[in-house]
Ligand binder design. Structure first.
Ligand SMILES: [Zn+2]
Length: 214
């Protein structure tokens, strides 16, 4: 099997996302760029993740052109490849319709703020206005919102998009973004919403960056 390593990592990642409840049915998709070649392994479109094998994972180029695999690549391939093209430091991307991220994406000024120190690695979480799923338009808007420093964005009336330097980092971004959305949702409901102060957030970001540079 060609590109066995990246196909296996994508398969394990989507199964982990399903187990964590970040992905329901076939709604989420995950991609990983190869270290040596300009190819991307991505979950296929509309296939159940439960019985999926590594061979079923699609291979595309950086423009989303289908190169290998028995099933069509995810309809959201443009979103993944747009970010991978724009950010050479990013290798893995995760798009899900996780429930609380989707709820928090609806407000006009709901940009998520960190509630706990580990969440500081993934802020700011900008909000992308609604655009048709699968379109080049939504792909461009997600890449623009992720920018040069973003790890996660919320997409209005749709879900979220996260990324990282490897699959572990991308899954962490997705997990903590959903955690931020859950904790923010309940805190606002209780009327005791109080995110971390901006200075503490900046200090935590510096600490995390220094730790990762070692
Ligand atoms: Zn979607």
């Amino acid at each position: 099997m060609k590109y066995e390593r990246i196909r296996k990592i994508v398969l394990e990642a989507i199964q982990q996302a399903v187990a964590q409840g970040l992905v329901h049915g076939t709604s989420g998709n995950i991609a990983l760029r190869d270290d040596d070649e300009d190819v991307v392994a991505i979950t296929p479109s509309g296939i159940s993740y439960t019985h999926m094998t590594a061979e079923d994972i699609a291979i595309v180029d950086l423009n989303g052109k289908w190169l290998d695999g028995p099933y069509k690549p995810s309809s959201e391939t443009p979103m993944h490849t747009a970010v991978l093209r724009a950010r050479p430091d990013i290798k893995a991307t995760v798009h899900t319709h996780a429930m609380f991220a989707t709820i928090m994406a609806m407000g006009e000024d709901n940009e998520l703020r960190p509630i706990t120190p580990p969440q500081c690695e993934f802020t700011p979480v900008r909000i992308v206005p609604f655009t048709m799923p699968g379109s080049n338009d939504v792909a461009a808007k997600v890449a623009e919102a992720i920018g040069s420093d973003g790890r996660s964005v919320l997409i209005k009336n749709h879900g979220m998009f996260s990324c990282g330097k490897d699959m572990k980092a991308a899954l962490a971004a997705a997990t903590y973004t959903e955690e931020m959305a859950v904790t923010t949702f309940y805190a606002k409901l209780l009327g005791n919403y109080e995110p971390m102060p901006k200075e503490a957030e900046a200090a935590m970001k510096a600490l995390i960056a220094a730790d990762q540079a070692v």
